[in-house]
Design a protein. Structure first.
Length: 247
């Protein structure tokens, strides 16, 4: 069941306290995806987003997706401390919470090579009035990792077989979110994979054959790790037809 964010002009699939499982633009609105070539520290990043959206004549609540990058994987304790001590207070400061929880989607990946010195915002998405009624509403799926409930899928294993099973679980999780939004893989404009392990042994079987038309957009493979120690695979997808890069 989707929850409305009337001020932001999107609906979201409730997730945890810090982020949602998916968002979809309301009728008459589209999503713009913005990437920082020079990512900003989290608090600085939210200040920039607020000012940027003001310049675009959009409320701060229009931000609907946040993509983070971190220096390293975190323990569950450290991950909770980041959410409760840094991330949620930033959302509260900018009046972005709904019923005490973050409605935006999120990914939070640990960069393997040349990592940032601190947690940074790498990209974000926001809603804006659509120039014309889109055939399919824009959406973003939050990052899904190889954790089923409280258990890691094939914990401690990174063989091709284990990674295939992890990837299949994540794809099933993303499929469930697509179904809730009433959209399809065909509708995606970007599909992102996050892992430091080889995906080629199952690239065609697990990803491309399932993605339908969207496989023509390719698979973006980020050489990163999932945010929590022990997790080895994460993926997300989106439909954002407007893409901006900030140098």
């Amino acid at each position: 069941m989707l929850t409305p964010n009337a001020r932001g002009n999107y609906h979201f699939l409730r997730g945890g306290a810090a982020f949602s499982g998916a968002v979809i633009a309301d009728e008459g609105y589209a999503l713009t995806h913005v990437t920082f070539l020079k990512p900003l520290a989290v608090l600085e990043g939210f200040e920039f987003i607020a000012q940027y959206l003001q310049f675009q004549n959009r409320p701060t609540q229009a931000v609907c997706a946040i993509e983070l990058r971190s220096p390293r994987q975190l323990t569950m304790k450290d991950f909770a401390e980041f959410n409760n001590g840094t991330y949620l207070p930033a959302l509260q400061k900018h009046d972005l919470l709904i019923d005490g929880a973050g409605p935006m989607t999120r990914s939070n990946l640990a960069v393997e090579i040349n990592p940032p010195a601190t947690q940074v915002i790498y990209a974000f998405s926001y809603t804006a009035p659509a120039a014309e009624k889109p055939a399919v509403r824009d959406f973003v799926l939050s990052g899904a990792a190889d954790m089923k409930g409280s258990e890691i899928v094939r914990a401690g294993e990174t063989s091709d077989e284990a990674m295939r099973e992890k990837a299949m679980y994540v794809m099933d999780e993303l499929q469930e979110r697509l179904d809730v939004l009433n959209v399809k893989w065909d509708d995606c404009s970007a599909f992102n994979v996050y892992t430091v392990y080889n995906i080629f042994p199952f690239l065609r079987e697990v990803f491309l054959e399932r993605m339908g038309r969207a496989q023509m957009e390719g698979v973006r493979w980020f050489f990163t790790r999932a945010p929590i120690v022990g997790l080895e695979f994460e993926a997300d997808a989106r439909r954002t037809l407007h893409e901006i890069v900030i140098p």
